[in-house]
Design a protein around this ligand. Structure first.
Ligand code: HEC
Length: 427
């Protein structure tokens, strides 16, 4: 009780501090700066909590896969396992259903999942929904209104859960391979449709948010309720339904297979060669498949079965994706280089008009108060030094200017590209 009161008192202090900060922000016109800090803090929390969640997912699936299920087991046990970690020896026992008498203190694992989802959705709102014109919408893909785009984003997450949950309650669930195939096809379909309405980057993050929603939904709607039912039955001495535990276990296994693809999507915004490619949805599908293959290999290995062939197959798939996303080969570049020379003056004026509102020591853009990614184009030397990245972002993947906020034209992109293939000279 006393502990709860202290916590409440400190929570009040935190709220007062935040209110003070908010007043300061309003008076000084620091909204954009404050949003950046909010982004940082929520992202930090999301990553830390997400690591804790995925860590427990890996740990418990590892336990499940590695239990001793045969040697010297008491009748009520499904298996046991010895481990050493951090200088201590640990011994874990798994019950077939539940122990005869429940222990007083039982650890649950749910807040990692809930908070990862909550911080993730908050981040989606802070980055993509609050700046829909910059991050969510790409006029070259589809020129929709911000409110429609946000509605589609949220709608997709809800719809995905409904469809997945229905599938899990159908006979399809019994057939692991067919279920996986259906899941893959549906994910590809969602990725394809999302890339037809959102910027590539936002389409990717929504596929990630969709998979993350299925994972958190599994915990909230299925796994935790099943566990509660098991605990209740055990307390009342009622007969336990082993199906409850088995179904929850399957959902937990689905989550385990989704971990690698979800983590790729979460870091994908650093890799415009994936989301900025014309076939971005197919590239996502390829990486999804390869990473699920690797997860499958790891799971089989933990069970003492080998499917090492999965490793070269996944490697080949990833190499093929790297090949498909490669920039034009050297000969094509040389041919372009032989065409009419582009003067640096032309390039400088394009960059000045289309890029330096954001990429400058003191940006004039209302959203960015410091140079994004630290990239500045204030001097000719700075521009030349970034030539390769300008090629990647503004010419090949066309993921800059962000949301094409400064309305760069295809001719201007072509000029930038030609100047770079001609050696990015300052003359
Ligand atoms: C509306 C603001 C805005 C404009 C205009 C803009 N950028 Fe960016 N740029 C960003 C943001 C935000 C990032 C960091 C996020 C990212 O990498 O997608 C970034 C990152 C970059 C990076 C560093 C990341 C990397 O991949 O190396 C380069 C290079 C870049 N932009 C080039 C350009 C060029 C060239 C133009 C003009 C043709 C341009 N940008 C116009 C906002 C902008």
């Amino acid at each position: 009780m006393a502990r709860r009161r202290t916590t409440l008192a400190y929570a009040l202090i935190v709220l007062l501090l935040l209110a003070g900060a908010w007043l300061l922000v309003r008076q000084n016109g620091w909204e954009a700066h404050a949003r950046e800090w909010l982004n940082l803090l929520v992202r930090w929390a999301h990553v830390v909590i997400g690591i804790a969640w995925i860590g427990t997912s890996f740990y418990f699936i590892f336990l499940e896969n590695s239990l001793n299920r045969t040697k010297d087991l008491r009748e009520e046990l499904a298996g046991n396992l010895w481990a050493v970690h951090g200088g201590g020896f640990y011994y874990v026992e798994k019950y077939k259903v539940a122990p005869e008498k429940l222990p007083e203190k039982l650890h649950w694992f749910k807040w990692e999942a809930y908070l990862t989802w909550i911080t993730g959705v908050a981040l989606l709102a802070i980055v993509y929904y609050a700046n829909a014109n910059l991050y969510l919408i790409d006029p070259a893909v589809r020129d929709i209104s911000p409110s429609l785009a946000v509605a589609i984003g949220i709608g997709v997450l809800a719809l995905a859960w409904i469809v997945y949950d229905r599938l899990c309650r159908s006979p399809l669930l019994e057939n692991g391979a067919l279920f996986a195939l259906t899941g893959l096809l549906l994910t590809c379909g969602a990725a394809f449709l999302l890339t037809q309405v959102f910027s590539g980057r936002a389409a990717y993050i929504h596929v990630g948010a969709l998979l993350g929603t299925l994972m958190a939904g599994n915990v909230f709607f299925v796994i935790i309720p099943s566990q509660k039912a098991l605990v209740k039955a055990a307390e009342e001495g009622a007969p336990l339904d082993p199906k409850l535990g088995q179904h929850a276990g399957l959902r937990s296994l689905h989550n385990n297979y989704l971990t690698l693809p979800v983590i790729f999507v979460m870091i994908s915004n650093h890799f415009p060669m994936t989301y900025g490619h014309g076939w971005n949805w197919a590239i996502l599908a390829g990486l999804f498949l390869a990473s699920v293959g690797i997860r499958h290999y790891l799971n089989l290995r933990e069970k003492g079965r080998s499917a090492a062939w999965l490793l070269p197959v996944a490697t080949l798939a990833i190499l093929a994706l790297a090949y498909v996303t490669a920039p034009p080969a050297k000969e094509a570049e040389a041919a372009a280089g032989a065409t009419e020379r582009v003067a640096f003056q032309e390039v400088a004026s394009i960059i000045e008009q289309r890029c330096t509102t954001c990429h400058a020591a003191a940006p004039s853009d209302e959203t960015f108060t410091s140079a994004p990614a630290g990239v500045m184009f204030d001097t000719p030397e700075q521009i030349a030094a970034q030539a390769e990245r300008i090629m990647e972002r503004a010419v090949i993947t066309q993921t800059m200017p962000l949301g094409n906020k400064t309305n760069i034209t295809p001719q201007e992109r072509e000029l930038l590209g030609r100047w770079i293939t001609q050696g990015a000279k300052l003359e």
